[in-house]
Design a protein around this ligand. Structure first.
Ligand code: C2G
Length: 486
């Protein structure tokens, strides 16, 4: 039996509180809305969950200190826009080392932080709380169904697997199956972004379009979220999992979903504000849009559906015209990489462009290949479909870069080709070859770490997109050599 403090008495917070109490845990629930506390503690029914009985064992409190102190787990179940302020109020009562589970789904608009990052950022403002363990709990989980003990699965994500497993044990029961995952950011990104796709699916249905359009939005919407996640360094399989496609299916196809309902009204001609008022509850998909647009820009990821729904919600674009524009975009390939590989080799040899395939190029020495290089290569690959690495030759390194490599060109090339991101390796023999390379290999995007920021902007004149990605701090080939010499 664990002692659990729940912050937030919304639909999801209360459905989980009931489940935890009925499975033998001591649950205390706090809400900033004192009227709610009075009502729930006496009537023991939540207005949004009329069929659910709130167990008598659940203690309600208006005192945030009481909900925080001496608990095994704190559950943050407030709407995403109140996570920061709630953390600030609770901070002085939260001990270091506390396990905190966040179930709010969203991305903070100005910082682009996920909810667990917001909580951590706010807690560490006092210079302490260095050992708090933040677990994201997210998946295909309608509160209405959980409140009726209907079979449900969910993901407990934390980089600290022990914390993820402890939460798995607490929340696991005959009605709730919990899976662990180490990719907190990926799980939280899915949770926030899928609400936007659900909104789009609602708009489509409101316009009178059918299941074909819904399936297209779900499939291509997940492809966009996955592409963004990979560019942010998340794990690809997170997006194919319960927190990713699982949660998107349940949100985009269900009448329970507020995002779906709000979208439906907008498709029928309501303004976003009218739709939110009609739904009467928080529509997280609308709250997540500004951050989604900023992430798309920062990581330079093509996200046409996100862009289209943002046009409808925030720029007054006509929903019907927007769908027509989406359907009329230039053709894209869905081919797997291997097919792309063959396809690309053929086009390279025949020296002609193949429709819709984006080619990326990057340059470097890549000696003693390390995770900083891999982070760069993974994000570069996520910007397109095919990555060409121009690898500094031994002569170029020695004569022009005054670098003595540990591995020869051939050895460095072999290591690069062994990674899952690199499709082609060619030699870099001079500083001047870039202008030619981008034409010879039909390149769309040139990528370098931001230690080179500004140095290659001239390539824009060649019609190439120039992207500088944040370097991975604290690791470098030089650093490795120095550490090994000690
Ligand atoms: N990189 C990174 N993070 C690190 C180390 C390297 O993102 N911790 C990136 C660099 O910014 C660069 C790439 O990995 O984009 C390869 O790094 P180096 O092998 O150090 O390449 P460099 O010496 O910068 O050569 O004509 C351009 C040069 O060939 C680039």
């Amino acid at each position: 039996m664990k002692k659990i403090g729940v912050l937030g008495a919304g639909t999801w917070g209360m459905a989980l509180s009931r489940m935890l109490s009925n499975t033998g845990h001591a649950v205390t629930v706090w809400s900033a809305i004192e009227k709610e506390v009075d009502e729930f503690s006496t009537k023991r029914v939540h207005p949004n969950l009329p069929k659910m009985q709130i167990p008598d064992e659940i203690v309600f409190t208006k005192d945030i200190e009481e909900v925080c102190k001496e608990k095994d787990i704190l559950l943050f179940a407030v709407p995403s826009v109140f996570v920061r302020s709630t953390t600030a109020t609770a901070r002085e009562f939260i001990p270091d080392g506390q396990i905190i589970v966040d179930v709010a789904k969203g991305i903070e608009a100005d910082t682009l932080y996920t909810m667990s990052e917001v909580i951590q950022d706010e807690l560490q403002k006092d210079g302490g709380h260095k050992n708090v363990k933040l677990v994201a709990l997210s998946g295909p989980t309608h509160a209405e169904e959980v409140s009726l003990d209907m079979p449900t699965t969910i993901v407990s994500a934390c980089s600290d697997m022990e914390a993820a497993e402890l939460v798995q044990d607490v929340f696991m029961n005959t009605c709730m199956r919990v899976y662990t995952n180490g990719d907190t950011t990926g799980v939280e990104l899915c949770g926030a972004m899928k609400n936007i796709i659900a909104l789009a699916a609602g708009v489509s249905a409101g316009l009178g379009y059918g299941d074909n359009a819904k399936a297209a939005l779900i499939t291509r919407g997940m492809a966009e979220i996955s592409r963004l996640g990979i560019a942010m360094g998340c794990m690809e399989q997170t997006f194919n999992g319960l927190a990713g496609i699982g949660d998107l299916i349940v949100t985009a196809t269900s009448i329970h979903s507020r995002n779906n309902r709000a979208g439906h009204l907008i498709g029928q001609g309501y303004t976003p504000d009218e739709a939110v008022k009609e739904v009467g509850m928080v529509v997280e998909g609308i709250n997540a849009l500004p951050a989604a647009m900023k992430l798309k820009e920062r990581y330079r990821v093509e996200m046409p559906i996100i862009e289209a729904i943002n046009g409808v919600i925030n720029e007054g674009a006509d929903p019907a015209k927007t769908v027509k524009a989406l359907m009329g975009r230039h053709k894209k390939t869905e081919l797997s990489k291997s097919m792309l590989d063959l396809n690309f080799e053929n086009t390279i040899l025949k020296n002609k462009r193949s429709g819709g395939m984006k080619r990326v190029i990057t340059y470097g020495t890549f000696d003693l290949l390390h995770y900083g290089h891999i982070n760069l290569l993974r994000r570069a690959k996520a910007l397109g479909d095919y990555l060409v690495v121009v690898l500094s030759s031994d002569e170029f390194n020695w004569n022009m870069k005054h670098k003595k490599c540990y591995f020869t060109y051939e050895q460095r090339k072999e290591l690069l080709l062994a990674t899952r991101y690199v499709d082609l390796v060619i030699p870099e023999e001079s500083w001047e070859q870039k202008r030619n390379d981008v034409h010879e290999y039909h390149i769309d995007t040139f990528v370098m770490g931001d230690d080179w920021r500004g140095k290659f902007d001239f390539l824009k004149e060649e019609g190439v997109e120039v992207v500088y990605l944040p370097r991975t701090p604290e690791i470098s080939t030089t650093q490795i050599k120095e550490d090994l010499n000690k």
